[in-house]
Design a protein around this ligand. Structure first.
Ligand SMILES: NC(=O)c1ccc[n+]([C@@H]2O[C@H](COP(=O)([O-])OP(=O)(O)OC[C@H]3O[C@@H](n4cnc5c(N)ncnc54)[C@H](O)[C@@H]3O)[C@@H](O)[C@H]2O)c1
Length: 302
């Protein structure tokens, strides 16, 4: 069976828009829905309200081979300040989506974007999908709850569900997190003050690699219910990553790590991606290439 008709929920967000573009490029019939439309990318767009029945209304009218949920909120610090809003986006909304799928599209493939935040601060690296779940932020806890909902709908109602746990995603269009903060601070000060020591590590994945991984899952023949880490398997320090960013921006700014630990920030992350590799994924974008494209976008459009 070929899966041709795909729906992206949250199609105007950072990840959603990149998935839309990759889907068009790969020859899929691409549909998207969001509560806003600000891009000028042309695709079959549905404006959706925040109403609890909105997904039922949409899914009762059009059927899709695959639905990818990029509609959650992806921001640890927002979740600390706004736990209720984060819960509504990352948990309640997922229940509304799963109910709509159960009622109207039981044979669709649902790909749920969770997060590596479910792991918190793991004791050993690399992190496997079977590693201890131990979130350290409301965002991480809410992602765990969304995953439990997915498991419920897969086990009780036979919905075809795959969960992905992206690590630190970056690329053009991302107006939050460390790259964005560094760029904004650097626009007004030659000394860029950041939390932490700079020696914390992340497994950074360029957005194009992340969208590739989703399309590997769309065509994969594996059976529901499965969870996949989405990363490159490489651990690099935040200091090294940001120094590279400064080089690509052409800035001679200084990074000043103030040694404070930000609530919700994990220390060391490196993913085991052998499960994702088994469905054909391999990371294609080197850090320099990804940061060069990101810096270009920051300088020209952000
Ligand atoms: N960006 C990252 O680094 C990252 C890393 C790991 C996981 N994720 C996860 O990926 C998903 C997408 O993240 P993002 O960074 O693209 O977020 P984003 O905030 O850029 O995009 C989310 C989009 O969802 C839309 N939306 C909100 N409510 C909606 C609703 N009821 N119906 C339809 N659309 C709605 C928003 O308008 C927005 O366009 C999130 O679940 C996030 O937790 C992101």
């Amino acid at each position: 069976m070929s899966l041709n008709k795909i729906l992206i929920l949250g199609s105007e967000g950072f990840i959603g828009l990149h998935v839309i573009q990759k889907g068009i490029k790969n020859g899929y019939q691409v549909f998207g829905c969001d509560i806003v439309k600000h891009s000028n990318i042309e695709y079959n767009y549905f404006n959706i309200s925040v109403d609890t029945n909105a997904f039922c209304t949409l899914l009762s009218e059009v059927s899709f081979d695959c639905i990818i949920n990029c509609a959650g909120s992806g921001n640890v610090f927002f979740s600390i300040e706004n736990p209720i809003q984060d819960f509504l986006l990352n948990v309640s909304n997922v229940l509304f989506i799963l109910e709509a799928i159960k009622k109207y599209q039981k044979s669709t493939k649902y790909i749920h974007i969770s997060s590596a935040a479910v792991y918190g601060n793991p004791e050993t690296l690399p992190i496997k999908e079977t590693s201890l779940i131990s979130p350290i932020s409301p965002y991480g806890f809410h992602k765990v709850q969304s995953e439990i909902l997915c498991k419920e709908y897969a086990q009780l109602y036979g919905i075809n569900i795959f969960i992905v746990r992206p690590f630190s995603v970056y690329g053009p269009g991302l107006k939050k997190q460390i790259i964005w903060d560094t760029f904004q601070k650097g626009k007004i000060n030659k000394i860029i003050e950041l939390s932490g020591t700079g020696n914390e590590t992340r497994d950074f994945i360029y957005i194009d690699d992340l969208t590739d991984s989703l399309f590997h899952l769309i065509i994969s023949k594996i059976e529901s219910f499965e969870i996949f880490n989405v990363a490159t398997g490489n651990e690099i320090s935040i200091k090294y990553f940001l120094q590279k960013l400064l080089q690509h921006l052409g800035w001679n700014h200084k990074l000043l790590f103030n040694q404070t630990v930000r609530e919700g920030d994990p220390k060391f992350w490196k993913a085991d991606i052998s499960k994702l590799s088994s469905v054909g994924f391999s990371s294609k974008c080197m850090i320099d290439d990804g940061l060069s494209k990101t810096a270009k976008w920051l300088l020209n459009e952000a």
